[in-house]
Design a protein around this ligand. Sequence first.
Ligand code: PLP
Length: 277
Amino acid sequence: MSTLSFKDCGAAVLISHCKSLGVDSVVQDSSGNAGNSVAAYCAKAGIQCEIFVPEGTSPKKINMIEAHGAKANVIKGSRDHCADVCRAKVENEGVYYANHVYNPFFYEGTKTYIYETFEQLGRIPKHIVVPVGNGTLFIGVIKGLEHLLESGVIDEMPTIIALQSEYCDPLLQAVKKGQKFAEQVEIKPTIAEGIAIGQPMRASEILAYAEKYTIRFVHAPEDKILAARNALAKKGIYCEHTTAANYAAYLHYCELYGAAVEDCLITMCGAGLKSEH
Ligand SMILES: Cc1ncc(COP(=O)(O)O)c(C=O)c1O
């Protein structure tokens, strides 16, 4: 995680792909971390880069995007509106959309989380807690596990525990209602900025996986995120609020479904240094 979040895994592959195509300029919208990763790998590849982030994005994430030589546009309004503004630029100016949600090369990168886990443990844990905003890690995890399964490296899918913010949970609500599509939900500001996605573009794909593998969605309770962050820091892990949400959701899951959630991999996918609020 060279820029301190898992988005680096996807950006490394996506920007290498752009370079191989001869792309010389890209735009991207992001809650901050994906923008950082794309900006960093573009700097390395010599590709011009412009990132759109919503207002309220941690200033350190914006500073880092600019430090990599990219232009950072801070857009008033929600994360979803910020994506609309970026897409309008793509449509009007024809510039390459180095988007982590749409571009399949990004998922080739996020799959490596699973390969690295297997490489380091020699097995896949029984449970894996995965955050879901747009689902770029979630989909990478599923694709990586399916690959291991099809190759005969593992015998069964682990139990995936998917989480969303208590204040922004369109996929959790859809799973609860047994729907194959996500509806617009009421959103409130959350300190878990990385998962504050009201309209996930791959909602039906995520919901189809949730059905196929009986994946439970659980809330990260907003009032438990800071305590989770402090508890992790006391264990030696200084993570960002969105990542502390993973631990808060794990504890909530244990309360809901019994304390015996053993052998559980809780994804620590964003470091704390650039996310002060
Ligand atoms: C640290 C962190 N965790 C989780 C997520 C959620 O990723 P996705 O929106 O791809 O589900 C993000 C997204 O920015 C993030 O930065």
